[in-house]
Design a binder for this molecule. Sequence first.
Ligand code: DX5
Ligand code: ZN
Length: 228
Amino acid sequence: MAYMAKIGPSILSSNLACLGSECVRMMECGADYLHLDVMDGHFVPNLTFGHPMVECLRKSVGPDPFFDMHMMVSRPEQWVKPMSAAGANQYTFHLEATTNPGNLIKEIREAGMKVGLAIKPGTTVEELAPWANQIDMALVMTVEPGFGGQKFMDDMMPKVSWIRSQFPSLDIEVDGGVGPDTIHRCAEAGANMIVSGSAVIGNDDPRSVISLLRTVVSEAIQKRSLDR
Ligand code: DX5
Ligand code: ZN
C-alpha cells in the first residue's frame, strides 16, 4: 500500500509546562508522530515556541518520535537549518509564506528533513499542485491556522479529494477541528495523516481516540485500494 494511516497529536492544547512528558504520554498512547505547531505572532496572530524548545524536546523524548514541524511563520527559510539541528524530521511550511517554494523545498532536503507543504483555507489546490511531485506531504488546513479548538471546515474536503485523485501516493494531512466527529469526512476524502489536538489531548482516554481515528482512516484506505 502506498500510504498508511498515521495519527499525530498536536501538542498545542497540552500543558505546555510539561511538554516533554506530554509528548511521551502521546507516544505511549499510540501516536504515530508528533505535530509541533510553531507560530511567530506574524504569519498567525499567536505565539508558541521555536527551535530551542524543539532541541530540549528531542533530548527529553529520545531519537524515535517523528517531529512534524508545522511552521506557521513568515520567512520560513530562516529556520530550516536550526530546526534540522534541533532534531526536526519534517519541515512543513506554508505556501503563502514564501515567494520561492522550489528553493525552500531544496533547502529542506539538503538539511536532511522531509518536506511538508501547507495551504490555508483560502489557498487553492491549483496553487499547491505544481509542487506536489517534489514534496513528501501536503497539509490541507481545515481551520484558519493560529489556534486549537476551532470548528472543522467541511468545505475543505474537496481539496483533499482532488489531491488524492491527482497524486495517489502522496501523504495528505488534515489539521484543525479533526476528531471522532469529523474523521469520517477526512478519511473518505483521502487524508491519511491526521492531526488532532483538543479531541485527543482533551480526552480522558487519548489511547481510544487515537485508535478510533486510525481505524476509520485505515478502513477508508483499504476500501479505496479495493475499489481501484
Ligand atoms: C492550528 C494548529 C493545529 C491545532 C489543532 O493552527 O495548526 O495543529 O493545534 O488543534 P485542534 O485539533 O484542537 O483543532
Ligand atoms: Zn498544526
